[in-house]
Design a protein around this ligand. Structure first.
Ligand code: 5GP
Length: 210
């Protein structure tokens, strides 16, 4: 078990995950945000190495062959994946690492790292989701339609997640996510080493040690 907690945040496209991730890393210093690799074209304002590492399909497939992706998936015709090294380094350094990835990736992570946390962020209603996607102004109507269709598929898999977090108010939602992750540090499974140590000490005391 690693020192840091690996938290996967998924949610319908337009649920506000990107903004939430940025706020969490800005407001608390225990988080490390993994930067994914993708073959999708950058949106206006997106910078290579910040929002994503933007690469071509050949490069992405080469990374898969080299086993350098922790997980990857195809989403609406593009590859998306998590570079392995950064996540491992940060978890070992005790950081709570956040992956903002879709559901296929989330399920791969659960198999690989069973003590991860899976959080699903959703707007309060489908109508609100549609409004947010349209309001973003960066996507064509075809892309919006594809993303809404994909949202139906993703809604079928939501039960696999540990927590559903409603994003009705950004600040509240950020606080909720933070408290879920922090509470996870205190689960009995994560306190196993401490409990073993206390038990060992108690046994010594019962045998008369001072
Ligand atoms: P977008 O194109 O809107 O930035 O992202 C599309 C979807 O890809 C989102 O649901 C996002 O969570 C997901 N995604 C981003 N990075 C990764 C990744 O590294 N792996 C997987 N499996 N999904 C990702």
């Amino acid at each position: 078990m690693s020192k840091g907690i690996l938290t996967v945040i998924s949610g319908f496209s337009g649920a506000g995950k990107g903004t939430l991730m940025k706020r969490l890393t800005r407001d608390y210093d225990n988080y490390a945000l993994s930067v994914s690799m993708t073959t999708r074209a950058p949106r206006e304002g997106e910078r290579d190495g910040i929002e994503y590492f933007f690469v071509d399909t050949d490069t992405f497939q080469e990374r898969i062959r080299q086993n350098r992706m922790l997980e990857y998936a195809c989403y609406c015709g593009n590859y998306y994946g998590t570079p392995r090294d950064y996540v491992q380094e940060q978890l070992e350094a005790g950081k709570d690492v956040i992956l903002e990835i879709e559901i296929q990736g989330a399920l791969q992570i659960r198999k690989l790292i069973p003590d991860c946390l899976l959080l699903f962020v959703t707007p309060p209603s489908a109508g609100e989701l549609k409004r947010r996607l349209e309001g973003r102004g960066t996507e064509t109507p075809e892309v919006i339609a594809r993303r809404l269709a994909r949202a139906i598929e993703e809604s079928e898999g939501v039960e696999a997640y540990d927590y559903i977090v409603i994003n009705d108010d950004l600040e509240e939602c950020e606080k909720r996510i933070h408290s879920i992750v922090q509470n996870a540090h205190y689960t009995s499974a994560r306190q196993d080493a401490l409990i073993k140590e206390i038990r060992g000490e108690l046994k010594k005391f019962s045998k008369g040690a001072e």
